[in-house]
Design a protein around this ligand. Structure first.
Ligand code: HEC
Ligand code: HEC
Ligand code: HEC
Ligand code: HEC
Length: 189
């Protein structure tokens, strides 16, 4: 019996270490830039809201099919991945550039290609103070808008959807507009 005790203590210690290290490690892997285009993405998995949960996002259709406002062309990668274009191509209020050549699906196939960062790498969730939040002072506002994940994704997704519904009224009810919270977010209890 005496010999079992040290083993079990070691085991408990190792098991505890795994619980501490594994989540930190998988988070770090999640944050690493990626070269694979995702097909279907589940956003807001870790929502802090008690009402608005996961959001399904079809990356394949949004990056390949004619999903522009007028429905006539695909959306350019850089319309969403806005830091992945050369500085000269940026339109205000954008000013941050991290790529010399605009991101395309083909550009990611090169062996020395640099991967794409998730939006959350910069647009942090409320409570995460590991970096300064990006912010923009919009026309007519006296204070800057802090672009946490909620504001950044909402601006990106909703500005386009609202414009598409306005341009093509047949999309009304088929795609989520700004106030169709429950058409994007799964309800949480
Ligand atoms: C077009 C789809 C869409 C619509 C419509 C939408 N949201 Fe969101 N919402 C998102 C996405 C995407 C995120 C960020 C996900 C992430 O960080 O992974 C988000 C984030 C949030 C968050 C922050 C979650 C967290 O803790 O990280 C809240 C709260 C929220 N939304 C509430 C709402 C409310 C309230 C409405 C309606 C007025 C709404 N949303 C409409 C897609 C949507
Ligand atoms: C409509 C907006 C939109 C368009 C257009 C778009 N993406 Fe994305 N992309 C996203 C979102 C949102 C994510 C998920 C990021 C996250 O988890 O925060 C993503 C994720 C990615 C990822 C994985 C990044 C990671 O770290 O998880 C790659 C690679 C990528 N996109 C490449 C592309 C390429 C190449 C194009 C153009 C062919 C493109 N995207 C077009 C919105 C878009
Ligand atoms: C490398 C950091 C970084 C990444 C990655 C990033 N952003 Fe941003 N974002 C910023 C900064 C910084 C700003 C403020 C403007 C500027 O400096 O370009 C900004 C501004 C914005 C704005 C406001 C622009 C406007 O016209 O009102 C939106 C919306 C936005 N980001 C959405 C996204 C989405 C969606 C993704 C992922 C597909 C993403 N961002 C990825 C750093 C980033
Ligand atoms: C630049 C435009 C644009 C942006 C940005 C955009 N979408 Fe869309 N989205 C569309 C269009 C257009 C459709 C409808 C396409 C159709 O049915 O013809 C659509 C459809 C959808 C649908 C309905 C199901 C589907 O996949 O067709 C969902 C859900 C959706 N978008 C979620 C999102 C989320 C979440 C974001 C932000 C992360 C986002 N979209 C960003 C243009 C956009």
């Amino acid at each position: 019996m005496k010999k079992i005790i040290p083993y079990s203590i070691t085991f408990i210690f190792l098991a505890a270490a795994c619980f501490v290290i594994a989540p930190a490690f998988s988070r770090a892997l999640d944050d690493a830039p990626k070269k694979e285009l995702p097909k279907q993405v589940t956003l807001a998995k870790d929502s802090q809201s008690d009402k608005y949960g996961e959001v399904a996002f079809n990356h394949e259709t949004h990056s390949m099919k004619n999903y522009s406002v007028d429905g006539k062309a695909p959306i350019a990668c850089v319309e969403c991945h806005h830091t992945d274009q050369p500085a000269a191509a940026l339109k205000p209020p954008l000013k941050t550039s991290e790529r010399k050549v605009a991101l395309t699906a083909d550009a990611l196939k090169a062996p020395d290609a640099v991967g794409v960062k998730s939006c959350r790498a910069c647009h942090l969730q409320t409570g995460d103070d590991s970096k300064d939040l990006p912010s923009v002072t919009y026309e007519g506002k006296s204070t800057p808008t802090k672009l946490n994940n909620e504001n950044a994704y909402h601006l990106n997704c909703n500005t386009c959807h609202d414009a598409a519904i306005k341009a093509r009224p047949d999309l009304k009810g088929k795609i989520p507009g700004t106030n169709d919270c429950a058409k994007c977010h799964k309800p949480l209890e």
